[in-house]
Write a protein that binds this ligand. Structure first.
Ligand code: ZN
Length: 270
């Protein structure tokens, strides 16, 4: 065992440890490459038209989340500290459990989506999170107008945005076992570039779901168009354009690497 970490999340204790699992990395699976985008209309869209989505918080949970958060902030201000702090602990615990439930759904979604992607594809191109973080703002980025201000699905969006890092980790982990490679690309302009003619224009992004090129008239699902651009960037970065033609990759000797496992110990009283 290499190391262990103990953490607490919404009333549950977790121990994470890193071990040499002695599982050989799978040989490249030789399957076709794919680009995956954090969609605006759906959670994850792929260059071959795949749309992966999930509701992370039900309308009832969303309302409850809001209510608990309001109660928590209200209890901060007035009255005797001791009487209030006990009530505060109760609210905080409820809030923590709700957040934990949403987090575990997000983790499930990430794990399932990741496995499907690396099982069916030899290369998965995704946005580089670090680059995205530099360009993001509360009012949406220039590249993705209004992404963060959309009222509908706003909460799910925020929840998924937080989970994108988790999806990348899940992808990299699963890729080892399924013979796939994960490539991170600069996401700039992927949503405003026409995949058919290469024209870049903000106006082509007609709505959250529709892309219609102002130069050539090409029309596509906006998230799928972006995923196609991410795939093209990924193939350019790796110099593996040959993959697009469906030719198999060179086989590399398997390597032994470390894998991380997370065990949960649920507290039955919570
Ligand atoms: Zn075009």
């Amino acid at each position: 065992m290499r190391n262990a970490t103990v953490s607490r999340d919404g009333g549950r204790w977790y121990i994470s440890f890193c071990v040499e699992d002695a599982v050989a990395e799978a040989a490249p699976n030789g399957k076709r490459p794919v680009g995956a985008d954090r969609g605006v209309a759906v959670a994850v869209a792929t260059s071959d038209g795949g749309l992966y989505d999930r509701v992370f918080a039900s309308p009832g949970e969303t309302a409850r989340l809001k209510r608990l958060q309001q109660r928590l902030s209200r209890s901060l201000c007035v009255h005797g500290r001791n009487r209030r702090s006990k009530r505060r602990d109760v609210v905080r615990a409820r809030l923590g459990r709700l957040h934990a439930r949403i987090r575990s759904r997000r983790a499930d979604f990430a794990a399932q989506t990741a496995v499907r992607l690396v099982r069916d594809h030899g290369l998965v191109a995704v946005e580089d999170l670090r680059v995205r973080n530099m360009t993001v703002s509360a009012s949406g980025t220039a590249d993705r107008p209004g992404r963060n201000v959309r009222a509908k699905a706003g909460l799910n969006r925020a929840i998924l945005d937080k989970g994108w890092g988790g999806l990348l980790l899940a992808l990299e982990h699963a890729a080892r076992y399924h013979g796939a490679t994960v490539v991170k690309v600069n996401p700039a302009f992927t949503s405003q570039t026409c995949n058919a003619c290469g024209h870049v224009a903000r106006e082509s992004r007609e709505s959250q779901a529709v892309f219609r090129c102002v130069a050539c008239g090409h029309e596509a699902h906006a998230d799928v168009n972006a995923a196609k651009n991410i795939l093209a960037a990924g193939l350019a970065v790796t110099g593996r354009g040959d993959l697009a033609a469906g030719r198999s990759v060179k086989r590399q000797p398997p390597e032994r690497l470390a894998a991380c496992t997370r065990l949960s110990h649920g507290n039955p009283h919570l």
